[in-house]
Design a protein around this ligand. Structure first.
Ligand code: HEC
Length: 104
């Protein structure tokens, strides 16, 4: 019994999957909205650089938290009304690898 309720619980957990369409929308959002502060090439502007070199040492979870909740006392806004936790983690992970270009 215990085993099957654990399985039920696992099945109820939202899968952290970002679909292809969402992905294109996220790439656009990051290039345009985040780019307005972090620079269109994400090399920095008002916001800090979001390049793999700058972010290599940072844990994805803490970057995702910065994206979702913003950073108090700085212009970095909270995006939790627009992005899910999975979105923020996906963005943070891609920033660390070198963010993809917009496909359209
Ligand atoms: C209004 C300007 C602004 C916008 C828009 C903005 N940011 Fe920021 N962001 C900042 C600033 C300023 C900082 C630096 C905060 C500090 O001094 O600690 C920052 C910091 C960050 C950091 C932490 C970097 C580090 O080195 O720890 C991440 C990650 C980040 N932003 C991602 C994003 C993403 C992703 C978006 C779009 C969803 C975004 N930002 C949109 C201004 C902005």
């Amino acid at each position: 019994m215990r085993g099957s309720s654990l399985l039920t619980l696992l099945m109820l957990m939202p899968a952290p999957v970002v679909h292809a369409d969402d992905r294109a929308a996220l790439v656009r959002l990051v290039r345009q909205d985040c780019g307005s502060c972090h620079g269109m090439t994400l090399k920095g502007g008002l916001g800090t650089p979001l390049t793999p070199q700058a972010l290599r040492e940072k844990p994805v979870e803490s970057m995702a938290a910065t994206i979702l909740y913003g950073r108090a006392g700085t212009p970095m806004p909270a995006w939790k009304s627009m992005l899910s936790e999975a979105d923020a983690e996906w963005i943070a992970g891609r920033l660390q690898e070198g963010f993809p270009e917009e496909s359209r």
